[in-house]
Design a binder for this molecule. Structure first.
Ligand SMILES: [Cu+2]
Length: 628
């Protein structure tokens, strides 16, 4: 009773929690590790921890158990281990270590858990991932080291909990991780730091392999899950710099709605690599594997945008604390469309008008239920209609290829024939946020993007400003709708040119569903795609689209002796600069939401293979290519 009352009062307030803790200790006469635990605060990574004086950072860190509130500060909580600075609130992510290059770091670690903690990353950078420090329960360790080279790094601890497939903790010790940033000398441009974390009830590799049900997950950005993640506001065109750190067990394809960003550095938390101007990448989706880091630069366009992980189980409304605690999935269709690793950004300003050419094309996009057929379980499908022609006649996976011209306005009426609501997202196309497919978030003036209810339609208008390879897909009830086949290629060609399917093969990598972790691997909706026929000396542009809901797949172009060489052309629909449009081994990893274009010119007769594979699942689909 006492505990409940105290918790009611003390949520989110460390000082009162400390009083509660002491009171409980006194009342019970037990040790400090009594089950009464303080509230953990979400750390927005704005204020560096410790005291910096005369080139020395002094930092006293403690490890304790606390109550974590990944959703509302007054919402459901779960007990996890966390770091705090001595005398301050526990934090997830852990206190930010941020110092200029040349700083000496003096840190003490006091372990108040009942288990030994193993600390990673608290050393000079670049560093060795194997260099760890053990701190037994109730003991303290003192470390002194030089910070090292400027970059984005992390530190984390494991403390006896279950480890995931990548070796990172997944449960009670999964949130023992924080950012470690070393700034270059001189004036530092303002930026924000985001740490990706996951609490998980089990192995998702086993789930992906079909050996276990999908675990419960709480995927978070800076300790919070959508819609409780921080809301950011910018003015259109202002320079935005973000540092991202993946402190979770698993990779994340991080996707920006409505525009591109530039990746200026990438690292693995021990070493960071700053790109030269020629090496900087432009992307709408950039993957961060476990321990991966990036710094990104973004010039935001006006609108309401999302930046999120494209793995469906990392952004699904089922991934809530209530579900994890209940150990079952409660569908909350009416509550919110997403949870997890989703950031909402509001950008003020006006969108400059685009030059448009020709009459507006009018197209209908039918969204339909699809019976089981051709070896695929029942699901959903798209059909296109233009000038009273319906295409394709059958219901297919993926949906039909939508070919648009750059600069030519289009009006697409999405007609929902499902028994549930849907929306359509035009993935990587620079559309207005109202038409971007995020119900309840996208907006134009006072109009907010609606869910398209069963039997209703929604008119989308845009003018594609860029020629390239894109896709369209559902952005609602993704667990079933995306896994069930609601995606299709979107090709934008230069005005007055035609899409030549015989020389521009599209390869869509997905799984058959009906859930994100079920079904065989598919290439263009098939486990046995038809043979392609190519001509010696012709130029082929391969348009590769990865949209498996929860997998990373690889595309390869193989000859008799293994991978051939192809030339990179574009990433996520954006043409590569000359320095990056180079010949390379014809093998490309692509997580959900990534799109790549490559060019290949066969020089001899023979048989080639375009292969898609998911390595960890030993799944493979090959398409034969006869060259004559
Ligand atoms: Cu993810």
């Amino acid at each position: 009773m006492l505990k409940t009352t105290l918790f009611g009062i003390t949520r989110g307030c460390w000082l009162l929690s400390a009083v509660a803790l002491l009171a409980a200790v006194e009342l019970s006469g037990q040790s400090v590790s009594t089950p009464v635990s303080p509230a953990i605060q979400a750390n927005s990574n704005r204020a560096p921890a410790g005291g910096l004086e005369k080139g020395v950072l002094t930092l006293h860190l403690e490890l304790r158990q606390g109550d974590w509130y990944p959703e509302a500060d007054t919402g459901p909580s779960m007990k996890v281990y966390a770091f705090c600075e001595e005398g301050k609130a526990l934090q997830v992510p852990a206190p930010l270590i941020r110092v200029p290059e040349g700083t000496e770091i003096h840190v003490t670690l006091h372990n108040l858990l009942r288990v030994t903690a193993i600390l990673h990353g608290l050393h000079q950078h670049p560093g060795d991932a194997k260099a760890v420090v053990e701190v037994p329960p109730q003991e303290t360790r003192e470390l002194r080291f030089a910070a090292g080279a400027a970059g984005t790094y992390q530190y984390y601890a494991s403390a006896g909990g279950e480890l995931g497939d990548t070796g990172r903790p997944i449960r009670e010790d999964s949130q023992l991780a924080g950012a470690f940033v070393i700034d270059p000398p001189g004036k530092v441009a303002s930026d924000r730091i985001f740490v990706l974390g996951i609490w998980r009830s089990g192995s998702d590799l086993a789930a992906v392999r079909g050996q276990a049900p999908l675990p419960h997950m709480i995927p978070v950005i800076n300790g919070k899950s959508w819609p409780y993640t921080e809301r950011l506001t910018y003015t259109a065109g202002e320079p935005v710099r973000w540092r991202w750190i993946n402190a979770s067990d698993g990779g994340h394809p991080m996707h920006m709605h409505g525009s591109y960003f530039r990746v200026d550095s990438a690292g693995d938390s021990e070493t960071d690599h700053s790109f030269t101007a020629e090496q900087q990448r432009t992307a709408a989706t950039n993957r961060l594997l476990t321990n991966g880091t990036m710094t990104m630069y973004w010039t935001p366009p006006p609108g309401h945008w999302l930046f999120h992980c494209h793995f469906v189980p990392h952004m699904s409304p089922e991934m809530t604390v209530a579900n994890a605690l209940a150990d079952k999935f409660i569908m909350q269709h009416t509550h919110d469309h997403m949870a997890g690793m989703v950031l909402g950004i509001t950008v003020t300003g006006n969108r400059p008008p685009l030059a448009s050419h020709g009459r507006t094309r009018k197209i209908r996009l039918w969204v339909r239920e699809r019976p089981a057929a051709h070896g695929l379980p029942a699901g959903f499908s798209y059909q296109l209609e233009e000038n009273h022609n319906l295409f394709p006649k059958d219901l297919t996976v993926p949906g039909p290829t939508l070919v648009l011209e750059r600069g030519r306005p289009v009006e697409i009426t999405v007609v929902n024939q499902l028994h549930e609501s849907t929306t359509v997202h035009w993935h990587s196309v620079e559309v207005e946020s109202y038409y971007d497919g995020v119900a309840g978030w996208g907006a134009s003036g006072n109009k907010v993007t609606p869910e398209i209810q069963p039997g209703h339609s929604f008119r989308v208008r845009f003018n594609p400003p860029r020629a390239g390879t894109f896709m369209y897909h559902t952005h609602l009830h993704d667990e079933e709708q995306l896994s069930g086949g609601l995606y299709g290629p979107l090709i934008v060609v230069e005005l007055g040119t035609k899409f030549d399917s015989s020389h521009e093969p599209i390869a869509v990598l997905s799984r058959a569903g009906p859930s994100p972790t079920e079904g065989p691997l598919l290439l263009n909706g098939s486990t046995n795609p038809p043979t392609l026929h190519w001509r010696i000396g012709d130029r082929y542009r391969l348009r590769l689209i990865s949209i498996a809901a929860f997998d990373g797949g690889s595309f390869s172009l193989l000859g008799a002796d293994g991978p051939l060489q192809w030339r990179a052309i574009a990433k996520d629909g954006c043409d590569l600069p000359p320095a990056q449009a180079v010949m390379q081994e014809a093998r490309q990893l692509a997580l959900a939401g990534e799109v790549y274009d490559f060019e290949y010119r066969p020089t001899a007769a023979g048989t080639l293979q375009l292969q898609v594979s998911i390595g960890i699942l030993k799944m493979k689909v090959a398409q034969q290519i006869e060259v004559q």
